[in-house]
Design a protein around this ligand. Sequence first.
Ligand code: GRF
Length: 203
Amino acid sequence: RRVVVLISGSGSNLQALIDAQTHDRLGGEIVAVISNEHDAYGLKRAHEAGIEAVALPHREYDSRDAYDGALIKVIERHEPDLIVLAGFMRILTPRFVQRFLGRMLNIHPSLLPAYQGLNTHARALADGVASHGCSVHFVTEELDGGPVVLQAELAVTADDTVETLKEKVHAREHLIYPIAVQWCLEGRLQFSPEGAKMDGHLL
Ligand code: GRF
């Protein structure tokens, strides 16, 4: 099974996926990593792991639609079974989402449906929530709104700051993302019109 990973930055989740693949725990092979930022550190991680690393800077395109069209072409050249968004900081066009519907996962630093969008840790802290975490979900046209397939939850303590929460959540992301990808590649996890299904059961 073939996986294409899209990134924009550090790529620590990409690294977790690469490590899982090295230990035969991914259920497939990462065939390409694509970044919209040419200097993303994740491209270096891919290169060092012997994975094709592609920089496709969005600034070189006139419109969101033109960029997504180019991105679709590069992705399809690699014939992926699954597209994994790992810190890809771009809002995708409906055309792009439709093209890969049911074959695209994202990870988000909150317990969805809480805190869609940006600055999740600061908003969770400001609300004084007792627990926080991260979610893997199928990508649909609604930003951070697709069916959730796996979450990790952690307790928020009195001395937590945006930085400590970010670090704790990141560590959980690295645990759950490879698992969700493996489930998907093994055919255990499916997207359906009613939501996400695991081994035939609605989640
Ligand atoms: C993660 O916090 C993820 O939840 C969000 O983007 C960040 C990516 O981090 N979607 P990294 O580049 O994998 O380190």
